[in-house]
Every structure is written in structure tokens, then in C-alpha cells.
Write a protein that binds this ligand. Sequence first.
Ligand SMILES: Nc1nc2c(ncn2[C@@H]2O[C@H](COP(=O)(O)OP(=O)(O)OP(=O)(O)O)[C@@H](O)[C@H]2O)c(=O)[nH]1
Length: 649
Amino acid sequence: MMPISASTAAKKYCRLQALGGAYLGLFAGLLITFGVWRWSEHNFALNEQAYFDFRVGQLLASIDNRLEAYRQVLYGTRGLFAASSVVARAEFQEYINALHLEQRYPGIQGVGFSLIVPKDKKDVHIKEIRRQGFADYRIYPDQDREIYTSIIYLEPFSGRNLRAFGYDMFTEPVRRRAMEYACKHNQIGMSGKVTLVQETDSDVQAGFLLYLPVYRNNQPHDSVDERKASVIGWVYAPFRIKDFMSGVGDERRGDLNLSIYDGETLSADSLMYSDQPQLTTDQAIVTTRTLRTGGQVWTLVIRSEPGFGNWLNHDQSLTILISGMALSVMLAFLIREFITRGQALAFAAATNRELQESEARFRLMADSAPVLIWMTDAAESVVWLNKHWLDFTGRELSQELGRGWLESVYPSHLDLVVKLLGWHFQLRKPFSVEYRLRRHDGEYRWIVNSGVPRFDEKGEFVGFIGSCIDITSHKEMEEELWELATTDGLTGFLNRRHFLVRLQEEFNRMQRNDDLHSSVLMLDLDHFKRINDSYGHATGDAMLKHFAEIIRGQQRKIDVVGRLGGEEFAIILPDTDIYEARVFAERLRNVVASKPLWQQDTMIEITVSIGIALLNYASLSPDSVLGAADRALYRAKADGRNRVALAGK
Ligand SMILES: Nc1nc2c(ncn2[C@@H]2O[C@H](COP(=O)(O)OP(=O)(O)OP(=O)(O)O)[C@@H](O)[C@H]2O)c(=O)[nH]1
């Protein structure tokens, strides 16, 4: 148990404990914060990745949808050729115009038709086209070959597209591969990266083309050979890649950075398209996807742009981090406070326990102590008494509390006790008072009551606590000793020494008032020696006792009798003049003479001689008065004994 006055080391230990707890709390809090932050970051990364994947999917679908739309355009255009054996320029133009390419198919450069022109029909063909109003028409590049192809329709037939008029795409391997693929598989063929012939010197872009073969009507084209035999040309659509991508721009939000490579090799040569260069790449999410269509592979490298997924609330992690750290610090403070309070409470509890134990110990001691213990408040009112007190007085606690206990004080002591205690309470100093207190059996016992003031920790007076000890036996012993010291053992009268003390007191009393007077008698048994000699010393003692009894029978209570020695006695008769004293002395003498001592049927007679002197303010000293009485006694003896003589008479 912690001592009430905790040592400095204990306090230091408590402080360290609280501090240790606080740091532990801080560490745990930071650890949890770090864990939650990591979890949040991980979660965010997962969400970000999922969102990225979703956005990439959207982008790919968007590109594919756009391509699909263009594919449908080509299929529709081929349908035009299927409907009529010869499609006139005007017809083609009308059909394409009706598609409203620019509005409905953004990014498409145009839709055209490339006709296969065998070598032997080349000249006829050129003439025919020129006849249609295109005097400069020619098939280029101008080389000699077995088969020519020529773009004879391309709508809108204006601007850049005019440059493609008459171009033999079969001469260019990339385009040719796509055209042959389309024919071979009877489906859309897509070219690799090309530079369109429509390109001018400015804003040169990479391009690609989609082809769909057109077969001669009513000719089978189920097999590759049949298709090769019946193909008359291709409807096709050229695309400038940037324009194409801007066509899918509606769905793009600028959060993804896209690069498109022709084929599966990533190189500057194969790069077809790239968004603006990214500002940062370190934390970007990157994915590489391939898009296969029309026998062609595009490799798409997609990166997240800075700020991608901002709406995912990345701040949440930061918030977790900051609030977690703040909470950890708060937790540390709380723990320190908690421990400190706990220690204070434990300390208080220990103190309280100790106080209770101390109180219990005190009560046990107080109740088992063979003394009467009391306690008052500052208003002199008794608030507590021990068991022994109640056992002693035989009263209930409720009767004794307050000032009830005073009922047991000896009535003639009560006034003094109340005054003395009141005075000591005012002085607030230790005291000790002796008085008599009634015991349960009704006997008043002498007690000594000792009290000490009580002060609280602020030094405020709060009352007294004290104890009473029964000193009756001590008093009795004292009285016995006093009696032994002051009285004659044989007769019970005052001994010579104490008689002289009382004579001195009486003398002093006379000195204070000249109206007062007393008488002093000296008495001596006549021929006492003979009794001793005749009957023995014991009979002599019996005679002395017999004589003492006779005096007791005659004296007043106020009279003071002393045995001065042997058979010699003295009596002070206060406030008695010498004549009144003579009357007393005569009566006493007569009683002595008339009351012999009987010892075993033997009557032993005795007489007494008495000398009387006056004691008043004029007396010189006690000795002089005693001397005068002694001289009067001597005269009585001399005059024949058994008589009374007055001093100076
Ligand atoms: N038994 C007894 N005798 C005592 C005591 N004290 C003194 N005496 C005796 O008392 C006697 C006193 O005798 P005295 O003083 O000579 O005179 P007396 O015989 O009384 O004669 P007078 O006084 O002249 O009448 C002595 O024998 C003492 O021994 C005592 O306490 N007891």
C-alpha cells in the first residue's frame, strides 16, 4: 500500500508510469493510424485501378463502337452496289450525302470506291472518266502493271479528297494488304499506319483505311477464289487518326492518356496517335491493350492522367492520416490523464483505506482502553464517547452526547466543572481537572479528566479530545496516607504535628479578626503510669482509647482534638471563650471520672486534669497559647488533679 506521504521516488514512478502509458497510447494510435491509412491507400488504389479499368473499357468500347459505325457505313455503301449493277457517280454522291457523314460520323475523312481496272481496260476506263468531266483524270502512280485500282468516287469530293482521285491504293503495300485481307475474308479490312494521299504539308497525321470488297452482281463469292474472281473494287473509308480520335472524344474526359501503335511493336515508327504528352508518369496507372479488327492489330497504351480519380476522394487517406495522428495525440493525453487520475484515485483510496484502518484501530484502542474517552466539537458539545465511558456511567450514548454527560457529575462539583471546562475551551490549551462522576451503580467516583485541543490540517480549532481515569482508589490511598500522616493511630485524633498545623491555622484566623476568640485545652490523664504499671501497657492503650471515645462523645464537630504525646491531649474549641471552655472541660472531666474502663470484670477508674488558655488576636503565637494551657494544666495537677484550671486565673 502506498504510504500517505508518498515519497518523491513513488511520485516520480507514478509520473513515469503516466508518461509511459501516454507514449504507448501514442505509439499504438500512430500504429493503428498508419495501418488504417495503408488500408485506405490500398483501398483507394484498388478503387482507382477498378475505375481505371472501367474507364479503359469505356474507351475501348468507344473506339470499337466508332469503328463499328464506320463499318456499317461501308456495308451500307456496298449495299448500294448490290442494288444496281452500275452505280453512277451522282448516285454514289447522293447516297453518301444522305449519310451526313460530317454530322453523324465525325472523324471520317470520306467514303469512296476504288475500282479494279484490268490493264487491258485501262485506257477505256480513263477515257470514260475523262468523258464524265474530269479531263485531268489519270491513275497514279503511273506504272505499268497487270491490275490497276483507282479511286473513282470519294465523297465528299472536295478539298483534300480531290488529291485521292485516281490513286491506285493497290500500289501501296499497307493498303494492299488490307484490301486483299478484306477480299480474302469478305469482311472489313483495316490498314496499318499510312499517310493518306489527302495529306498536305501542314498538320500531317497518320491515317488508316477500312475496306470492304464489292463483288460483281450475281457472281458467287463464297470462296476465296470466287471472291478474287468476282471482286470489282472496294468501298472504303480513309481516316486521319487525330480526326478519328476526336470523333470518340465525346466520351473522353481527359483523364486518360492514349497512345495507339500500329501493330504490336511500340516504337516511334509504329506510333499512330498520341494524346498530349503527360505531365507526370511516375504515379500513373498504365495498361496496354490490343484492339484487333479487320486483320489489323492496334496496341493501345493507356495511362491515367495526373488527377485521375480525384473524385474518388483521395483526401480521405490524408484525412485519416491527419485525424488519426491528432486522435493519437489526444489518446496519449487522455491515457496520461486517465492514469494520473487512476493513480490519484488509487492513492486517495489507499489514503482513505488507511484512514479507515486508522479510525478502526483508534476505535478499537479507544473502546478497549480502560479509560473513559470523549471528544467534543468546537462548541464544547460532546460528539463521541468510547464504550468504556458508556459502560462506566451505564447510560445510552444519546443521553451522554452534547451536554448530557454533565448529569452524572457530582452536584457540588458541577458548577466548578462547567466553569473550568469552559475556561479551558476558551484557552484551547491542555487541561486536567479532578471531580466526581456517578458510576452506573450510583457511586460517585473520583476521576481525573485530561483534555487536549484538536486542530484540523489548516490549524483550525475543532474541539477537544480527552480521557478520564477513575482515581478513586488512588484518592482513598491518598486519604489513608494523609490520615496516617496526620492522625494518631491509637486514638484517631490528630497527631501532634498536624494538631499544631491546625492550631496555627486557628491562630491565623484570629489574627484576621479581633472579635474572634477560641479556647485551647491541654488534657492529661492522672497517674496514668500506675495503670500501665498495674495492668500492663495494653490496658494503658485501652484506657487511652476509652478516653478518646469519651472526648468524641462530648466534642462538637468543629472541635479539633489532637494527641500530643503519651497520655497528653489538646483540644481547640473554635469560637469558644474561656468560660464556655471551662463548662465543656468540667463536663468532660466529670464524664471521664464517672466512666471507668472495664477490663475483664475489672473496673479501672481514671481522672483527667485540664488546663485552658484563650486564643484570640492578642495571642503572641500558637506555642505561647499552648504553653499557657500547659501551665494551667500543671497547676491543675499541682492542685490535686481531676480538675480544670484556667490560664492566668
Ligand atoms: N500504655 C501506654 N502508656 C503510655 C503511652 N505513652 C506514655 N505512656 C506512659 O504514661 C506514663 C506517664 O506517666 P507520667 O507522665 O510520669 O505521669 P502520670 O503517671 O500520668 O502522673 P501524672 O501525670 O503526674 O498524673 C508513662 O509511664 C508512660 O510510659 C502509651 O501510648 N501507652
